[in-house]
Design a protein around this ligand. Structure first.
Ligand SMILES: Cc1cc2nc3c(=O)[nH]c(=O)nc-3n(C[C@H](O)[C@H](O)[C@H](O)COP(=O)(O)OP(=O)(O)OC[C@H]3O[C@@H](n4cnc5c(N)ncnc54)[C@H](O)[C@@H]3O)c2cc1C
Length: 340
């Protein structure tokens, strides 16, 4: 099997061995056997945050296809819901909204699996999974045992968690969320563009279903909902995280650059703004790859690209921004078998 068949970029060469794990026992077995044999393991959920080398992966690829949603407490205040790692994230968001549970409605349309959302604390439109995650049950590959990591253990940050720091240690088996009983209204809207589209002020609440639908519409306009017919969505989403700068670094940016003060005194700026003001326009092409025609932050395969070309484009953009603004962009997707 080619990894291009299971990544949203549709890039990546052959896998030496592929195991599809449809239940938890086979997921653990597949990883444990490979670990004991000293074979490298690549876990793949939806393949939407993965950039795999053209040479492929010399080891065992484990496709995480476990299923199940369990409600362990459903009181008038809310629900505690445990979801198998292989469940589709976007299906879970729809399930939550259908059950009138609030807390993940602004995360509609994000591709991939529930398990992987923990890795980089997936977020969008003012919400992130850390807002609602209680714990993640994992297979600890180092200690060869099932281990539950509680919220504090997960050490969530902006597009970050402890699991990102220890990439070859934990296999996420299930994730437990605490969701509020919504009585029809979502969590306070924290993102200005979403609030404006919903006709509310930032901090106000809007109907739960309307939040989900509006987020999906906004995302579609930016090529951020998967569509096989649209090369702008043959991506890994945003390729670079928004840089978080020291106050001194932020002062060196041009006056018109976006600045979002953080609680710790640092300042977040916009990677998209830096890229477009460093001279890279939407649709900028380089061979078979290019920036999305809808959003400069998505690096896309235009149908006949290679991973080598994509990484060359990523370097060109990163170095262009560095040269113009002295800010080093950091990639968001996980790169396997190659370096940026
Ligand atoms: C069009 C598009 C839009 C996107 N929009 C957003 C967005 O708005 N916000 C955002 O945060 N992200 C976004 N992303 C990125 C991506 O969807 C998320 O990071 C998603 O959580 C990845 O899930 P996945 O199952 O596809 O992970 P994969 O790509 O399959 O894997 C990603 C990493 O997680 C590891 N992994 C996968 N499953 C497990 C598991 N069960 N246990 C341990 N490790 C595991 C993999 O080995 C790999 O290192 C977008 C991507 C695309 C293509």
């Amino acid at each position: 099997m080619l990894l291009s068949e299971v990544t949203t970029l549709r890039l990546g060469g052959p896998a030496e061995q592929v195991i599809e794990a449809v239940d938890e026992a086979s997921l653990i077995d597949a990883v444990r056997e490979a670990d004991r044999a000293g074979r490298p393991v690549l876990l793949v959920g939806g393949g939407s945050n993965l950039v795999v080398a053209d040479s492929g992966f010399a080891g065992t690829v484990v496709l995480v296809r476990t299923r199940g949603v369990e409600v362990s407490a459903d009181a008038c205040s809310g629900a505690t819901v445990t979801v198998a790692a292989g469940e589709s994230w976007d299906d879970f968001v729809r399930h939550a909204v259908d059950h009138d549970w609030a807390g993940v409605e602004a995360l509609a349309g994000i591709p991939g699996s529930v398990g992987a959302t923990v890795i980089q604390n997936v977020g969008a439109y003012g919400q992130e999974v850390a807002d609602t995650i209680v714990s993640a049950r994992t297979w600890d590959r180092r200690e060869e045992r099932v281990r539950t990591l509680m919220f504090d253990d997960l050490a969530f940050g902006y597009r970050h968690s402890r699991l990102k720091d220890e990439p070859d240690r934990y296999v996420v088996l299930t994730v437990t969320f605490q969701l509020r009983f919504a009585a029809g209204v979502g969590e306070p809207v924290r993102y200005a563009e979403l609030a404006a589209r919903l006709g509310v002020d930032v901090g106000e609440r809007a109907p739960l279903g309307a939040v989900r639908e509006t987020v999906l519409a906004l995302r579609r306009g930016k090529g951020m909902v998967l569509d096989p017919q649209d090369y702008d969505t043959w991506s890994a989403g945003s390729f670079f995280t928004n840089p978080v700068l020291s106050a001194a670094e932020a002062r060196r940016l041009p006056a018109e650059a976006p600045r979002f003060p953080q609680p710790d005194g640092r300042v977040k700026t916009s990677a998209a703004w830096l890229i477009s003001h460093a001279g890279f326009a939407k649709g900028y092409r380089r061979g078979g790859v290019g920036l999305s025609t809808k959003h400069v932050l998505a690096l896309t395969n235009r149908g006949n690209g290679t991973t080598a070309e994509l990484l060359d484009l990523a370097r060109e953009v990163r170095d262009g921004v560095d040269g113009r603004f002295g800010v080093r962009l950091v990639n968001e997707p996980v790169i396997v078998g190659a370096r940026l």
